[in-house]
Design a protein around this ligand. Structure first.
Ligand code: TC6
Length: 694
């Protein structure tokens, strides 16, 4: 089979129609760049060509540079050279933007003389999300086209704008359903006249003060973000330097950032998230079951949040409770959450009404009968869950998916309480469910392939990042978290204070440390669970809870919140309490260096991640990273726990774990078999994933 040329060109009625066809998203691979440059040169040389239209096949215009080429030796022509070839043509080039024009894709369109976009098209410069900045003229052309302040906003936020917005700010000249036809008409109109290229001077930049004001606000919102800082610097160069010199400033930032390990980590994040959507072992062509209507059992904080996810995605949902009173309380909480969004300006009043209209409250399990997907979100109590699933086998439609939102419990045991275990799986949302992006989809041993495919597809429809996990206590995320939690307590007993432990993690890049998090969630929640299970694993947290220090809600927990109810201050009383518990246990306290604290918190989690991978609970190391990045606030520019482990070096982690295990006598800290093997072979988690994908 001959491979289709990624760029083709045909001439008709004086117009050269250059088409890009490089599925799935028309990324600007070396072959596309080469094809574009040759097509531009051929159009320039052909006397029959009066104008050029640049179009693309599929639903995307161009998704940008081919990210998989970063980190490999560059292949000419470069993207700036390719764009220069289009821009320097003496015949008009019009971009027909049929779908997303992102990054280098928008930069190609900016190198054209005019742009027509479909109403559904999205235009953006999302490079900051990959730790870089636009590197093919975007930082110089966009400000000169629409003004420096609005251009900086687009590139620093990394969020695409709609065709309508792009027309309003002058980025596109026309919005049309049939972009190719409209672009042809426009191209012929421009032929023979002066070409409306992006001005190379300061005409359109706007007021310098407005730019500096916008830049200061953006830098404040994005502290220590090298990509955003580079965007500001490059756009500022548009005021201070001629066009070509501005391009050089941009290029220098681009190559520096592209070669920074933080950008490599963010590229890993991009591909890991997409790889997580592929389910190993799923028969080819497995189709998802249709889901027209959902039901959520339990209108607590979690159940209400899950119902909101369905309503936000336009899927009607029945929210089910046992009593009218509980139901009303749940519905009021949902309404209150939407009202807060309206007040903040992130949701229109009519959109709120529409979403509330999609949520129907009902008392009694029978109301689940109409749903294609039922999500149970009641207390973490096996008996209760089994009872519900037992009843659902009669109530739910044949073929309806029966999902549990359990965070820890055995999905196989729950599935065994029904006569239809093939329909059962876990859909583990994270709190607050309407905000957090992670969805762990738990595959039971009997779960049918199409049930799994359905949960993954629905997850994406709910704007979540779904990751498949096998069945084990705590699944991927909470199982690893348990290692960190246990170690955090141990560090307190050995000499650290809550603020020392939290600081190690916030300095690493987490928004919050484990103790500040505990105070926010409520220390009493896990205390009650430990009491019920007769666990003595967290003596400090238990002592605080017993003293009525439940965290922010009682103004005291690991920290003192008496100042404003939200800002935690270190509390000498807590230090005294911890010192007392250490003394009672005969532990002589010592000052623990920050680096040791960090390693003792992170390395046991990585070790548990290796076990999870070794047991096949997670299919890829990248899946584990995706879980931690989207559900637990792991800093993206380190790539997630397993990618970070590779960057630290697996032999170093093995050596430190052995030291921790020897010092504590805790066999859990002994390096996992898979970690040992990879370290011994000089391999890495990344290499393991690559081998599995090949
Ligand atoms: C840049 O342009 C810098 C320029 C300066 C140079 C000097 N490259 O997301 P999906 C793959 S930086 C390579 O699931 P959707 C993706 O991995 C770039 N591959 O689809 C997946 O592959 P798989 C700036 C890419 O419909 C498949 O395409 N641009 C690229 O939900 C489908 O992807 C961006 O950051 C790429 N650029 O969303 C935009 N893009 O099937 C990145 C996608 O083997 N892309 N793939 O797993 C996106 O935001 C989205 O893909 C989308 C389509 C909105 C275009």
């Amino acid at each position: 089979m001959t491979q289709q040329e990624p760029v083709t060109s045909s001439v008709e009625d004086g117009i050269a129609l250059i088409r890009i066809a490089n599925p799935p998203v028309n990324a600007l691979s070396a072959a596309v760049r080469g094809g574009l440059k040759r097509a531009a040169e051929a159009a320039a040389a052909d006397p029959a060509v009066r104008a050029i239209v640049l179009a693309a096949e599929g639903k995307t215009f161009i998704a940008g540079a081919d990210i998989s080429e970063f980190g490999k030796p560059p292949v000419p022509p470069s993207l700036p050279e390719t764009i220069a070839a289009l821009e320097s043509l003496s015949k008009p080039v019009v971009a027909a933007i049929n779908g997303a024009a992102l990054g280098g894709g928008l930069e190609v369109a900016l190198g054209c003389h005019a742009r027509v976009a479909a109403p559904s098209a999205k235009l953006g410069l999302p490079e900051v999300n990959l730790g870089i900045l636009p590197g093919a003229g975007g930082t110089q052309r966009l400000p000169r086209l629409i003004g420096a302040a609005p251009a900086l906003k687009i590139m620093a936020e990394g969020k695409p704008i709609s065709a309508k917005e792009a027309q309003a700010n002058g980025l596109v000249d026309e919005v049309a359903e049939d972009v190719v036809a409209a672009a042809k008409t426009l191209a012929l109109k421009l032929a023979g006249g002066a070409l409306p290229a992006v001005p190379k001077d300061r005409t359109n930049l706007g007021a310098r003060e407005a730019f500096e004001e916008a830049a200061a606000a953006i830098l404040k919102r994005n502290p220590n973000n090298p990509s955003v800082e580079a965007c500001v610097d490059a756009v500022r160069a548009a005021f201070d330097k001629p066009f070509e010199e501005g391009l050089a400033v941009e290029r220098a930032h681009f190559t520096r950032l592209r070669d920074d390990p933080r950008s490599a980590a963010l590229r890993h994040v991009f591909f890991a998230e997409r790889a997580a959507a592929r389910i190993p072992g799923l028969p080819k062509g497995t189709a998802a079951r249709p889901v027209q209507r959902a039901a959520v059992i339990g209108a607590g904080t979690m159940g209400g949040g899950i119902a909101m996810c369905f309503a936000n995605a336009g899927i009607p949902v029945t929210l089910i409770e046992t009593t009218e009173e509980n139901l009303q309380r749940g519905l009021e909480r949902v309404e209150g959450n939407y009202a807060t969004s309206v007040k903040r300006g992130s949701l229109a009043e009519d959109a709120k009404a529409k979403r509330m209209g999609l949520i129907e409250g009902k008392v009694g399990l029978e109301a689940a009968a109409g749903a294609d997907l039922v999500v149970e979100a009641v207390f973490e109590e096996m008996g209760l869950k089994k009872e519900i699933f037992g009843k659902l086998q009669e109530i739910a439609k044949p073929g309806a998916i029966l999902a549990t939102n359990t965070s820890y419990l055995d999905v196989d045991e729950i599935a065994a309480s029904t006569s239809r275990p093939a329909d059962v799986l876990g859909m583990h949302f994270f709190s607050p469910a309407n905000v957090m992006k992670l969805l762990e989809v738990v595959r039971g041993k009997e779960t049918a392939p199409d049930a799994l495919a359905t949960a993954m597809e629905i997850g994406r429809k709910l704007a979540k990042v779904p990751v498949v996990s096998g069945v084990c206590y705590g699944f991927i995320g909470n199982r690893m978290l348990a290692r960190r939690t246990a170690m955090a307590e141990r560090l307190l007993l050995e000499g650290a204070l809550p603020q020392d432990v939290d600081k190690a993690l916030t300095d690493f890049g987490f928004r919050m440390g484990p103790f500040a998090m505990s105070d926010l969630a409520g220390i009493d929640v896990s205390w009650r669970i430990r009491k019920a299970m007769n666990l003595k694993t967290a003596p400090v947290a238990d002592a605080l809870a017993e003293a009525g220090r439940f965290g922010q809600k009682t103004k005291r927990g690991f920290y003192d919140y008496s100042a404003d109810g939200r800002t935690g201050a270190p509390d000498p009383e807590v230090a005294t309490l911890i010192e007392r518990i250490s003394a009672e246990r005969g532990i002589s306290r010592r000052a623990i260096p920050q680096e040791e604290i960090l390693q003792r918190l992170l390395f046991p989690m990585i070790n548990e991640g290796a076990r999870i991978l070794g047991e096949g609970i997670a299919a890829r190391a990248g899946d584990i990273d995706t879980v931690w990045l989207n559900g637990y606030g792991w800093p993206a520019w380190t790539g997630g726990p397993m990618f970070y482990a590779d960057s630290v070096g697996l032999p170093k982690i093995v050596a430190r774990l052995r030291e921790f295990a020897a010092a504590s006598g805790d066999t859990n800290l002994e390096p996992a078999a898979l970690l040992l093997r990879l370290a011994h072979e000089g391999s890495s988690f990344t290499a393991l994933d690559e081998k599995a994908a090949a």
